[in-house]
Design a protein around this ligand. Structure first.
Ligand SMILES: *[C@@H]1O[C@H](CO)[C@@H](O)[C@H](O)[C@H]1NC(C)=O
Ligand SMILES: *[C@@H]1O[C@H](CO)[C@@H](O)[C@H](O)[C@H]1NC(C)=O
Length: 836
């Protein structure tokens, strides 16, 4: 092994200091304890809370467990090879990062009720790490859990490579105590390490880090009797609570202290101790709110972290872990078959099942619990009304007054778009995330929906990006942190509530699919199996959805009357607030071309469609709740939306829907940039199967010179002047969420009799195949799902490990393969071609 030299040893100090500064001085937010808000007081809710209490709810870490309780136990795994004195700089892994050269990582299988297995292919450290996490119910505090951590050196890694592994434990909360019991001698632990803790929410608990298997490194250096090599060491500390989330910063700080000590006392320039020994914590177990448990392995290793809840009775053992991991795997595979078995043409091949396992497990295993303060500008500055021409400049000036303040603390239980890049809640993404999750575990999906609606304010506003607490803020540039209560975002959670309603109607009808699911995980479907509980969810959600709907209609209203626009309804027209000449971030389709310059007289077709989605859902829920007058009222709005989509947004000339603005004479004017926006009334299910608009829209989708590509529907037409220009975020790339909507609507259309049945069936079949193949191919080549796909090359691009809405591909694979009777497809293709 190459021994490091003294100069690199010294260099190591410099960067240690630099990292320390960078990591440490992120301003912490002051948080105060606040009880969680009980949503449902029923027994089902209580049991669900117990079942879902623990999880890898710190998805920004490669592996970190915490309960979904505000101030509580935070744990996490760190590792890295230490062969040179500067290795730490690049090699210690903790938070998921895009630039660490991982050859893929994430859950191979995961079920939030039981656990699962994650593999991490760490090229830089020449090692594969496996984390097998299991949950064992019992007692009154959310049960016990365990994780088996396994390191396997790559074939081309020297077999005696030293890997430092640190299990980090932080205990928040003033009522909590946590103590590491002493080791075998002053220098460390030959066997297991035990921590004992207690807090009000968790009761008493024991955390055992087992000795495990593998060789802990030894050294001839006479430091050995001072620093304890060959043994596990524990350092117990007390830190200000607001620093506890910074596990890596704390580790580095403690290591630096150790290195400083070494320099003063023992460091012989001619004969330095080996790097791994230099970066060895002194053994100082005891009481504290931070505990660092460190092992240094030579070669492969394996050990367990066992969390036993006192009220659960018997303590969990390594033997239990072996059994539970195996059962979790079997149960996952069986449930997957029942819920997401890929259908033809993806059914024969194991590879698609593997893709499904991986993407779905990372979506559901990426669910996190977030707690803390949020930055909000509640100045309600008059500039935010955006009524003047040039309003975006006035609004920018108002924002620059920096009238934002911290609010909260709030809590949010949510899935996330991407563990390394977007480890926090996004309103527009979440509705898409929850569609596959709801198929697997409807009660979990409902829980997340409730969590989001708990964040809605009295006006009906929900911040589109949830950046709660200092840890979440540390990932977001300052200029994007503030949330504004006049900014909307697509209300996709309505999809999820309507999906639940549909499931509830089906299951009340006694047609709940007799899959293995329900029997194995009764809590996952408790609200369907007990329709009274299901209806109670709807009863609680309904007024919240109404409030959000009213907020949209009031704050995002568009102007029909001032411009003498001719429309069926003088009310149903809308304009996203928060526009600039280049962006409409609030719409979710950031840089998609809109009328330019922005104008107070502008109207947005996607926003009117979202209003339609909300009115339709509310009408259906009202129907299920027996509120006939409300049904009537929402149907009136829905009809008005449908008519106004045509009156205000349909372009006969372009054969598609378009945004509108007013011209120099203040006359209504359509501005058409063909792409996703042009399809919105179709994508959101607002067009009946005999709509005369469908023919031209299908043609637009099918046209290879416009939206069709072999890799999915392009966001913007190839013929548009802005195609592929500037940021090129929503100006050509293929996005899976929109393609999913298109596939679902084409499928609906193909099942109903009407003039477009055959053409829709053909497009459905081809688009479904193209999307799955595109996502699969990239996943196989790179180990990752991607944020978007290049329409020319099919390559995944932008954010890596984007297992948010890209995971919709599991639903797409599980959709039916339409019977392709010979001739039907040919006829349909001919029809589409004719229309071209
Ligand atoms: C969920 O369980 C935890 C731990 O038992 C408890 O502290 C918390 O209040 C519960 N939350 C709800 C909503 O019941
Ligand atoms: C429930 O059953 C009735 C009668 O069989 C049927 O008409 C209705 O469409 C079913 N509803 C659902 C949601 O399946």
């Amino acid at each position: 092994m190459a021994q490091g030299r003294p100069w690199s040893f010294t260099l190591a100090f410099c960067w240690l200091n630099a990292i320390f500064l960078a990591v440490w001085f992120v301003t912490p937010a002051v948080t105060t304890a606040d009880g969680t808000q009980a949503i449902l007081h029923s027994e089902v809710a209580r049991q669900n809370n117990q079942s879902l209490l623990w999880g890898p709810y710190r998805p920004n870490l490669y592996f970190g467990v915490r309960p979904r309780i505000p101030k509580s136990l935070l744990t996490g795994l760190m590792w890295g090879k230490i062969e040179g004195y500067a290795d730490f700089q690049h090699n210690i892994r903790y938070t998921c990062e895009q630039n660490e050269g991982m050859k893929g990582y994430g859950w191979d299988e995961y079920d939030p009720r039981r656990g699962g297995v994650q593999s991490i292919h760490d090229i830089g450290n020449g090692i594969d790490i496996t984390t097998s996490f299991v949950k064992v119910p019992g007692g009154a505090h959310g049960g016990s859990w365990a994780v088996r951590i396994k390191g396997t050196l790559h074939d081309d890694t020297p077999s005696d490579q030293k890997t430092i592994v640190v299990w980090y434990v932080g205990q928040e909360g003033e009522d909590a105590t946590l103590e590491a019991l002493p080791g075998d001698d002053d220098f460390g632990y030959e066997g297991d390490v035990t921590l004992q803790g207690r807090s009000e929410a968790l009761g008493g608990y024991k955390l055992v880090i087992t000795q495990g298997k593998g060789v802990q490194a030894q050294s001839d250096h006479d430091l050995s009797r001072i620093r304890g090599p060959g043994q596990t060491v524990v350092q117990s500390l007390t830190y200000p609570e607001e620093h506890l989330w910074q596990g890596k910063g704390i580790l580095f700080r403690q290591l630096k202290e150790g290195v400083d000590w070494l320099v003063e006392n023992k460091y012989d320039v001619q004969d330095p101790p080996p790097p791994w020994q230099v970066y060895q914590l002194a053994n100082k177990p005891g009481k504290g709110n931070v505990h660092l448990v460190q092992k240094v392995f030579e070669g492969d290793f394996e050990f367990d972290v066992l969390f036993s809840s006192e009220s659960a009775g018997a303590e969990i053992t390594s033997k239990d872990v072996t059994r539970e991991v195996q059962e979790a795997t079997e149960s996952f595979e069986e449930r997957f078959k029942g819920v997401f078995a890929p259908k033809a043409p993806f059914s024969d091949e194991k590879k698609y099942t593997k893709l499904g396992y991986s993407l779905f497990s990372n979506l559901i295993g990426g669910i996190g619990y977030f707690y803390g303060h949020s930055l909000v500008d509640r100045s309600h500055a008059s500039e935010y009304d955006e009524e003047s021409e040039g309003f975006w400049e006035d609004a920018a000036a108002a924002r620059a007054r920096n009238l934002q303040a911290l609010e909260g603390p709030y809590e949010l239980f949510t899935s996330i778009p991407s563990r390394p890049f977007f480890p926090r809640g996004f309103l527009w993404d979440e509705g898409f995330h929850l569609l596959p999750i709801a198929d697997w575990d409807p009660d979990l999906a409902l829980d997340i929906v409730h969590s989001w609606y708990n964040l809605m304010d009295d006006d009906g506003w929900i911040a589109r990006e949830q950046i709660l607490g200092a840890e979440a803020r540390s990932k977001v540039p300052a200029e994007f942190q503030t949330q504004y209560p006049h900014y909307a975002n697509p209300p996709t959670l309505f999809f999820v509530v309507e999906d639940f309603l549909e499931k509830l109607l089906k299951s009340s009808n006694g047609t709940r699919g007799g899959d293995a699911n329900t029997a194995r995980e009764p809590l996952a479907t408790a609200s369907l199996a007990n329709p009274e509980v299901g209806r109670d969810h709807l009863r609680r959600l309904y007024p919240l959805l109404q409030r959000q709907f009213d907020w949209f209609r009031k704050t995002q209203a568009g102007d029909i009357k001032s411009y003498d626009r001719e429309a069926f309804s003088s009310r149903e027209a809308y304009r996203w607030r928060g526009r600039t000449p280049t962006h409409c971030l609030t719409s979710g389709l950031d840089d998609y071309p809109r009328p330019n310059p922005p104008h107070p007289g502008e109207l947005h077709v996607d926003l009117l469609s979202w209003i339609g989605v909300m009115a339709k859902s509310l009408g259906r829920i009202a129907g299920a709740l027996g509120l006939d007058e409300d049904v009537e009222a929402y149907n009136v709005i829905l009809t008005a939306v449908g008519k106004n989509l045509d009156d205000l947004h349909w372009s006969e000339e372009h054969g598609c829907y378009c945004d509108a603005t007013v011209d120099a004479f203040e006359e209504h004017q359509l501005v058409c940039h063909k792409g996703y926006i042009s399809l919105f009334p179709f994508l959101t299910g607002l067009l009946p199967p005999d709509s005369p608009r469908l023919g031209p829209l299908l043609k637009l989708m099918a046209d290879e010179e416009e939206l069709w590509s072999p890799h999915g529907l392009r966001s913007l037409s190839k013929k548009d002047e802005f195609y592929g220009t500037a940021e090129n975020y929503w100006r050509s790339p293929v996005w899976i969420n929109i393609n999913y909507l298109a596939i679902a609507q084409l499928h609906n259309l193909a099942l109903q009799d009407g003039p477009h049945k055959a053409a829709a069936g053909d497009l459905y079949t081809r688009l479904r195949r193209n999307i799955v193949d595109t996502v699969y191919k990239n996943w196989e080549e790179t180990g990752f799902a991607w944020e978007q796909y290049n329409p020319e090359t099919g390559m995944g691009q932008r954010t890596q490990h984007f297992t948010g809405w890209t995971s919709l591909v599991v639903k797409i694979m599980a959709m039916e393969d339409l019977p392709a009777e010979a001739g039907k497809t040919a006829a349909a293709e001919a029809e589409v071609r004719d229309e071209l």
